[in-house]
Design a binder for this molecule. Structure first.
Ligand code: C5P
Length: 234
């Protein structure tokens, strides 16, 4: 689905991996910048849908709940999520064809799904444990990418390492990429990283960035520097 200008996503979603009490002061510091907010399971299960609705008033929200269940349950849950006013939500591509096809019908210009292929925490041993015989993780990820794509979904979460190869397979897709660190920033627990400008140059549509902004001494200055870096390389 092609986005018109009014439904453009911000270049950066700030990962709000923090306690509820810390969110409001953080948003006050980031007010007015071209940023979205990523809410994961940890914050959502502390705070719930009303809080997400409030966040959606502040800016575009990416609600990362990674749905995976029978098609009817996922479609019903996804419709409730759409009612929260969020712009993006995640589903596991491994949920399969029927689940994914049901979701494509629920997409709107202002509400889209991002398919998760293989979690970056997985390794070869994990695939073996799941009984997946693909020779490597990359091939399994591409298989799930094609499945979700064939089922009508055009949004994906992927690492900066994968994004160029996936962009080459599908130029019109939306790729949202975590694992981003400005040059010189702490890596934290991220191993396969790229700078914001590199991730965008490789084909990311939007970036998810948490601690380099939220744990910076001056989160606003950190966010402004990242936005300026991307703008300069856009
Ligand atoms: O603080 P940091 O920038 O590392 O935050 C990245 C965010 O993206 C976190 O919310 C993390 O859970 C999420 N994420 C990730 N790598 C993935 C999938 C999600 O870092 N493969």
């Amino acid at each position: 689905m092609v986005q018109d200008q009014s439904h453009r996503l911000p270049p950066v979603f700030v990962a709000l991996d923090m306690a509820q009490a810390e969110v409001e002061p953080m948003l006050d510091r980031l007010e007015g910048l071209n940023l979205g907010l990523k809410v994961g399971m940890e914050l959502f299960y502390q705070t719930g849908p009303d809080f997400v609705r409030q966040l959606a008033e502040w800016g575009p929200v990416f609600l990362d709940l990674k749905l995976h269940d029978i098609p009817n349950t996922v479609a019903s849950a996804a419709a409730r999520i759409a009612d929260l006013g969020v712009r993006l939500t995640t589903v596991h591509a491994s949920g399969g064809r029927a689940m994914l096809e049901g979701l494509a019908a629920l997409e709107r210009p202002d509400f889209r799904f991002l398919a998760v292929t293989v979690l970056t925490s997985a390794d070869r041993a994990e695939l073996d444990g799941l009984g997946i015989a693909k020779p490597d993780l990359g091939e399994h990820a591409r298989h799930l990418f094609r499945l979700a794509s064939d089922c009508g979904l055009g949004g994906f979460v992927c690492s900066p390492q994968e994004v160029a190869a996936l962009r080459a397979l599908r130029d019109d897709a939306l790729f949202v990429t975590p694992g981003v660190r400005p040059a010189g920033a702490a890596r934290d627990d991220q191993t396969r990283i790229a700078t914001p400008a590199d991730a965008m140059a490789r084909g990311a549509s939007s970036l998810v960035i948490g601690r380099p902004i939220t744990r910076a001494a001056d989160p606003r200055a950190a966010a402004e520097a990242i936005l300026a870096e991307i703008d300069g390389h856009g």
